[in-house]
Design a protein around this ligand. Structure first.
Ligand code: MG
Length: 161
């Protein structure tokens, strides 16, 4: 008997000039970066929330409140690693991850495989099980107006019993 769990996460961060843009643990060459308490990594936040969601363990804000100065400028890989630890404690492994990043510019294609590797390495699964897709906002909404970067992720977890 195998127990399966699906999880979903999303995130949005405002863009501003003069800030670093880190997505999926990868530094993106960009004139604008993401505002946030941590390193504002929208993709790792979405994947972290998806894992926490699959486990019904609240969300990233529950575990890492932005009122806590320990998480100021924190690397978001720490948040993801914490969620993975909770996943392992409950006996689950990750079957696969699918995700989409919404950003108007620059084009993320050159960075996609590096993002997939960061997530796959953290989860200790093959990169073939991690999908990162990229879309623009077609010049509409907050993404299209280059006001924000967004991400969505789903994960499937399994536990053999
Ligand atoms: Mg966030």
């Amino acid at each position: 008997m195998t127990e399966m769990r699906i999880g979903y996460g999303n995130d949005i961060h405002r863009l501003a000039e003069g800030l670093p843009l880190i997505i999926g643990g990868v530094h993106i060459e960009s004139l604008v970066g993401a505002e946030g308490h941590s390193d504002a990594d929208v993709l790792l936040h979405a994947v972290t929330d998806a894992i926490l969601g699959a486990l019904a363990l609240g969300d990233i804000g529950t575990h890492f409140p932005n009122s806590d100065e320990r998480w100021e400028n924190a690397s978001s890989i720490k948040f993801l690693e914490h969620a993975i630890l909770l996943m392992r404690e409950k006996g689950f492994v990750t079957v696969n991850v699918d995700s989409t990043v919404n950003l108007e510019t620059p084009k993320l294609r050159p960075y996609i495989n590096a993002m997939r590797k960061v997530i796959a390495d953290a989860l200790e699964i093959d990169i073939e099980r991690v999908s990162v897709k990229a879309k623009t906002g077609e010049s509409v909404d907050a993404v299209g107006q280059s006001v924000a970067v967004k991400a969505e992720a789903v994960v499937l977890l399994s536990k053999s019993q």
